[in-house]
Design a protein around this ligand. Structure first.
Ligand code: GLU
Length: 380
């Protein structure tokens, strides 16, 4: 069952994996990191883990924190060079604190610094998602930020709202929770006494966009409501729910859920849309680069939701690289699925029909778990 209300965000049955994004203004105060508040949030995250949810943290704050340490003006956002220098100073303290606080609950923190390219380029996307998947399976809590120190303008997300939504799409999370310094989306400027909180949004329409003012209230992050709505659009397309709630109170997750205060964006058509979106993304604008012919056993396993293993492949056609989209066809040439190949075509030829235990010797390096992982394929 997908998420349909705020309370579902902390229910492992509705939301097995939750992405929590924390904005700069919540993490960094006048005297540096807001340790106590962050400690309270980590208690809440640990409680989610106890209930059986996987949690991914997307943490801002590196630039704001580093700028304070280096004494840079405009919160380190005066120039790209300032932001990059500030981020590299701030990131150390930031990840150190998350690691320390999570460790108190026996939870290993795992730092990932990503750029837009890491999620847009299919080969790197496969690496990033495989690493995230493995970390979650192993019980770690990934703490993600943009790799601001090296990301130039062209390869930047620029805001962690969209980064969080793309991460959620990549790991097929149940929901994204954006902790902000406002209660959610208001139907007009929140300073207007007539403004009311919008509780639920089905589809980010022009009318919804017109409600956002576009500036970051705190002036610290680069977020603001506009980037949150862009994040909601990404989540919508991926079939992932997204909530904006106020993080300024202690125990913000419990407050939002118990009092049902926040804005919940739900994908317009539920589950079917998720598959359609994944299909579009996996196929992208690119044509399929090749084909993998599979035997009846593999075809049956695929239809039952399994990954494609090399043992079931009987022929390979086309010249493709790792990360390229390929068609998976049955012995009569009927298209069963398409997905991203974990191997180049010549490697697929070497591996086809062979059992996984032989792969390392055939490749000369540690093999991947499948030729097309089930998370990276869409049935036709
Ligand atoms: N990556 C930035 C930082 O760590 C934050 C981006 C944002 O404000 O959303 O400071």
């Amino acid at each position: 069952m997908p998420v349909t209300r705020l309370a579902d965000l902390i229910d492992p049955a509705q939301c097995p994996c939750l992405v929590v994004k924390v904005g700069s203004s919540l993490l960094v105060g006048r005297d540096g990191l807001r340790r106590e508040w962050i400690g309270g949030l980590v208690d809440e995250i640990a409680a989610c883990r106890k209930r059986g949810q996987s949690v991914i943290i997307v943490s801002s704050g590196a630039i704001a924190l580093g700028a304070a340490r280096l004494g840079l003006e405009k919160g380190g956002r005066g120039s790209l060079a300032d932001a990059q220098a500030a981020a590299s100073v701030g990131q150390i303290a930031l990840s150190g604190l998350w690691a320390d606080l999570l460790d108190r609950h026996g939870l290993p923190a795992a730092q990932l610094l990503l750029t837009l390219d890491d999620l847009e380029d299919r080969r790197r996307y496969l690496n990033a998602t495989a690493t995230l998947g493995r970390l979650l399976d192993a019980g770690a809590v990934p703490v993600i930020n943009e790799n601001d120190s090296v990301a130039t303008q062209e390869i930047r997300f620029g805001d962690n709202d969209r980064l969080a939504a793309r991460v959620a799409q990549a790991v097929q999370a149940g929901a994204v929770l954006l902790l902000s310094d406002v209660d959610g989306l208001y139907d007009r400027d929140p300073a207007d006494p007539a403004a009311t909180l919008v509780r639920e949004v089905r589809g980010v329409t022009g009318e919804i966009k017109a409600m956002a003012s576009g500036t970051s209230g705190s002036g610290m992050g680069s977020g603001g409501m506009t980037s949150k709505l862009q994040a909601a659009e990404i989540a919508d397309l991926a079939g992932v729910a997204l909530a904006i709630v106020n993080g300024t109170n202690d125990m913000p997750i419990a407050r939002a859920v118990d009092q049902d205060i926040g804005t919940l964006f739900l994908p317009p058509e539920g589950r079917r849309r998720r598959d359609a979106a994944r299909k579009a993304w996996l196929g992208g604008r690119m044509k399929l680069k090749g084909e993998l012919v599979v035997d009846a056993g593999a075809a049956k396993a695929l239809l039952a939701g399994s990954s494609l293993l090399a043992a079931g492949i009987t022929a390979v056609s086309g010249a493709f690289k790792r990360g390229d989209p390929v068609g998976i066809v049955d012995s009569q040439g009927g298209l069963l699925a398409h997905g991203l190949s974990e191997y180049d075509s010549d490697e697929c030829e070497r591996l086809m029909g062979r059992h996984s235990r032989d792969h390392e010797a055939l490749l000369g390096y540690a093999p991947r778990s499948a030729v097309v992982h089930r998370n990276q394929l869409v049935l036709r």
